[in-house]
Each structure stands twice: as structure tokens, then as C-alpha cells.
Write a protein that binds this ligand. Structure first.
Ligand code: SF4
Ligand code: SF4
Ligand code: FES
Length: 483
């Protein structure tokens, strides 16, 4: 840490940071556009100009590392005039279309115009008007809104490792466009729209779905793979509309991939709301005693899956299964959380962010010991021998090797083929309907908040096993009473 003076007040700041981040840490905001903490610094927008004591000209804060003893001024008339000038240039050719722009409410141009602009324009000429273009399978560009900050180009080159986008023409005619006329189809089109500080890059999938101020937001963790990117959930009318990145500077998390960001429809549609008995709608009162009877008569029981569940649910399930096993005179109940090849291996990356393991909590399940020495093939072998004849499947496709060979009880959030083809299906809450934690590929335990309300009466996976345990006991007590 080093001591610097900001507007005459002494602060201790991290010497590894630039002036924008160092000042932000102590509560002083320096406006910016082109700077991004995870990308190279280009100093293109000139919005972050400040005074440094002893230096005659204004300097870009993004491009200046902190130094012991330095003094900076962020609020002088000179600085304010420079910022107002930058805003005037940026807005000269920018359309006044905030009312129809999807970025409104979370746009840096709006924020900085409000904080540093003059509120009026001296530009009397016709503004340029370049038609909007589709430049990706899920990406459009509104050229008129672009402020040429180069974030999109840098992100593709430095993070995704491709160069689809480039800057063409000069001055007033500058355009961000495709370098080789092929539409962008990589896994980071959402991230491109996200890092664009204005409404120039937008995703078709979320276009005009909602104004941002109508969302209720919560801290959460993406469910899409074992990386566990930090997200802010945006929920409206109890529907999951968006995941937005929640930057975690300490852990180097700044982006989301499209696979996780846009995989949200299952939370809002095709939910499983009732118990199913051989694919037909039923009730817990009907189905729970039947499952309890299957457990009593089973030679052996296996529970597979569960790596989509929180650590808290898995801990409860583990304890409940152990007590159910005791209730059933020590009946063998094996738990194998791994159903996918990728769950058996060290982390394999698909790209710089996403892993091959599409489960958010494989590591948490393994840390809890919810695994067997022989894995899923051991369960298949026991099934073939007949020593296992009842299998619970928690939110997974039923492995084809198990179909038709045992009674199957599927716990699922959605009306999947697995749920329809199971002996019994149990509706459960999705992770976003509870709070809890996932353990990511690097053993980082990350908490998530409850973002949505579950349909009334729907149990979590853990609550279902607790109900089952009660059902087993109450049935025995009833029998005792009848004697
Ligand atoms: S499209 Fe957006 S991110 Fe790209 S240069 Fe323009 S304003 Fe910046
Ligand atoms: S990398 Fe994984 S955790 Fe991150 S956004 Fe993509 S799917 Fe979600
Ligand atoms: S943020 Fe410093 S020049 Fe753009």
C-alpha cells in the first residue's frame, strides 16, 4: 500500500492499481468509458482526465499507476471543463434515443452525461445515420450509438482469441464492423453487449424484453458449468429474465459465456409442478407411500446425480439418507453424483471461461463424499447383478444403461423426458428458488441468494428426502398401532 492525496485528502491505496481503481476503492469516482479492468489500456476516450500535481497537462487516470506521495485533483474547474468537452464530442453525433435504447438505465453515456455533461448541445448539423446491422447469430450493432471505445475489439482479441471485429474508416466516419463478413458465432456475444458501455452492441435474445429498472436483482452464481461465474440475477414477475456479470476483481471474474448467460428459459417454462406416477399427474399423498414401500422392499438403493444441487441440500440429503438406511436396518444406499465423463476428470476448459463439466457443484458433491469408488459403472454392474433395484435420479437424464432395469424415481425441476418415463417423478425447486452455495472447480465455495419464489408447496430435493423419511416412519407407526 502507498499513500496518495486525492483532492487534498490523504488515502492509503494499493500500489498495483491505476488511478481509476485506486480512487474507486476509497470512494472517489473518476468517470471513464474505454477502461476495463480485465482488458489492456488504450486511453482512447479521454473521459478520465485528471490533474496530477507537478504535471502541467491533464493526464488519463486509466493509464497512470499510483505512486507513493503523488497528489491528484479530480474535481477542479480544469478537470470539469475537460470532461464536459469530451462529453460534448461524444454526444455530437450520438442519437438522442435513450427512450428506445435497451441500454437505458445501465448506460455509461447516460451516467457520465448526467455527472459531467453540460446538458445542452451546440451541434447544429445533421447527425450521421448508419443502419443497424446483424453482426452475430445473437448480436446486433447500432453504429450511431458507438463511441469507438474499442472495448469490443480488445475483448475479442485478448480474451476470446479471435478478431471478428475491427475499426474501419476514420474520424466522423469511424465504424466498428466485421473484419471478414462472417457473422460472429462464438460463446461470448452476450459479453460483447455487456462490456459495450453504450447501447451499440445488443443481443437479440434479450432485446426489448424489459426496462432494466423493473428487475429485482440478487447475487448469485451461474449454474452452467463448474467455473461458477458470479452473476446478478434480474427477475421480473417471478421470472428469470437475465444474468448479468457480477465482477469479482479478487478472483478475476469479469465475464460470462453465452451458454450460462442465456440458459434461463428452463427456469420459467415447462416446469414440473406435480408428482407423476408412471408419467401421469398425481399427488405427494399418493406417491410418497408408494416410494416408501419401494424403498422397504428394495434389495439395494442408489441415488445418482445431485451436482446441480447446493451444498446445503446435499448435506441434508446425505444425513437423511443415512438415517433412512438405519430405519431400513442398514440397507445399502449408494450415492454417486458423477454422471458425466467430465465429472471424473481434472477440469477441462472448453474456452477461456467455460468447462466441459456442465454441473455447478460437482466439487461440492465430491467434497461431501457423495461418490462411490467404482462410479456410475459400478452402479450399473450392481444393477446387472440385481443387488440394486431402486434408483433415485436427481435432475439428470436417466443414463440409457439404467432404463428399464430398475424402479426409477426422478427428482426434477422440469417436465423432462426422464420425469415422464420414470416410475415416479418428484417436482423440486430450482436452485434460484433457495439460497445456498456451490463449490467451483477451484474449490471456491460461493454463496448465492434466493432470487425467485418457488411455486407454493414445491419441496427442494432435500425436503423431498426428509418427507420420505417421515413417510417411512409414519407408515411403520401406523402398522404398529393397528396390531
Ligand atoms: S461497439 Fe460498443 S464496445 Fe465496441 S467500440 Fe463501439 S461503443 Fe465501444
Ligand atoms: S463459464 Fe460456466 S459458470 Fe461462467 S457463465 Fe459460462 S456456463 Fe456459467
Ligand atoms: S478511460 Fe481513460 S482514456 Fe478512456
Amino acid at each position: 500500500m502507498v499513500k496518495i492525496k486525492i483532492d487534498g485528502v490523504e488515502f492509503e491505496v494499493d500500489e498495483k492499481k491505476n488511478l481509476i481503481d485506486a480512487a474507486k476503492d476509497v470512494g472517489v469516482e473518476i468517470p471513464y468509458f474505454c477502461y476495463h479492468p480485465a482488458l489492456s489500456i488504450v486511453g482512447m476516450c479521454r473521459m478520465c482526465l485528471i490533474e496530477i500535481e507537478g504535471v502541467p497537462r491533464l493526464q488519463a487516470a486509466c493509464n497512470t499507476p499510483v505512486k507513493e506521495g503523488m497528489g491528484i485533483v479530480t474535481k477542479s474547474d480544469r478537470v470539469k471543463e475537460a470532461r464536459a468537452g469530451t462529453m460534448e464530442f461524444l454526444l455530437a453525433n450520438h442519437p438522442l434515443d435513450c427512450p428506445v435504447c435497451d441500454k437505458a438505465g445501465e448506460c455509461k453515456l447516460q451516467d457520465n452525461a448526467f455527472g459531467s455533461g453540460t446538458g445542452h448541445s451546440r451541434f447544429e448539423f445533421e447527425k450521421r445515420n448508419v443502419p443497424q446491422e446483424e453482426i452475430g447469430t445473437n448480436l446486433i450493432i447500432n453504429h450511431n450509438r458507438c463511441i469507438v471505445c474499442y472495448r469490443c475489439v480488445r475483448f475479442e482479441e485478448e480474451k476470446v482469441g479471435v478478431s471478428n471485429l475491427g475499426l474501419f474508416e476514420r474520424g466522423n466516419h469511424s465504424l466498428i464492423g466485421l473484419a471478414n463478413n462472417e457473422p460472429i458465432d462464438h460463446n461470448f456475444q452476450g459479453a460483447l453487449a455487456d462490456i459495450c458501455p453504450v447501447g451499440a452492441l445488443l443481443n437479440n435474445k434479450t432485446l426489448f424484453k424489459s426496462r432494466v429498472w423493473w428487475y429485482k436483482s440478487h447475487s448469485s452464481v451461474c449454474h452452467g458449468c463448474s467455473t461458477g461465474c458470479n452473476v446478478t440475477t434480474n427477475v421480473r414477475d417471478n421470472k428469470m429474465y437475465r444474468y448479468m456479470v457480477k465482477e469479482n476483481h479478487e478472483k478475476g471474474m469479469f465475464f460470462l459465456c453465452d451458454k450460462g448467460r442465456f440458459d434461463l428459459d428452463w427456469m420459467n417454462e415447462n416446469r414440473l409442478f406435480s408428482y407423476l406416477d408412471s408419467g401421469k399427474s398425481s399427488t405427494s399423498v399418493e406417491v410418497l407411500p408408494k416410494i416408501a414401500n419401494l424403498m422397504k422392499s428394495a434389495k439395494g438403493i442408489a441415488v445418482i446425480g445431485g451436482a446441480h444441487e447446493s451444498n446445503e441440500n446435499l448435506t441434508k440429503i446425505k444425513n437423511t439418507l443415512s438415517s433412512i438406511s438405519s430405519q431400513l436396518n442398514g440397507k445399502s444406499i449408494l450415492f454417486e453424483a458423477r454422471v458425466q465423463d467430465a465429472q471424473y476428470k481434472e477440469t477441462e476448459q472448453v474456452d477461456f471461461l467455460m468447462t466441459k463439466d456442465s454441473h455447478p457443484n460437482t466439487k461440492g458433491a465430491l467434497d461431501l463424499g457423495l461418490t462411490t469408488s467404482d462410479g456410475i459403472s459400478g452402479i450399473e454392474a450392481q444393477l446387472a447383478k440385481g443387488s440394486i433395484d431402486l434408483i433415485f435420479v436427481i435432475k439428470e437424464e436417466i443414463p440409457s444403461s439404467l432404463i428399464g432395469k430398475a424402479n426409477l424415481v426422478v427428482l426434477d425441476t422440469n417436465l423432462t423426458q426422464s420425469a415422464k418415463s420414470a416410475t415416479y417423478a418428484v417436482p423440486i425447486k430450482i436452485f434460484a428458488e433457495e439460497s445456498g452455495s456451490f463449490t467451483n472447480k477451484n474449490s471456491l465455495i460461493q454463496n448465492f441468494e434466493k432470487s425467485m419464489e418457488a411455486p407454493k408447496g414445491l419441496p427442494s430435493s432435500a425436503e423431498f428426502f426428509e418427507k420420505l423419511s417421515v413417510s417411512l416412519v409414519s407408515k411403520e407407526e401406523a402398522l404398529l398401532g393397528n396390531r
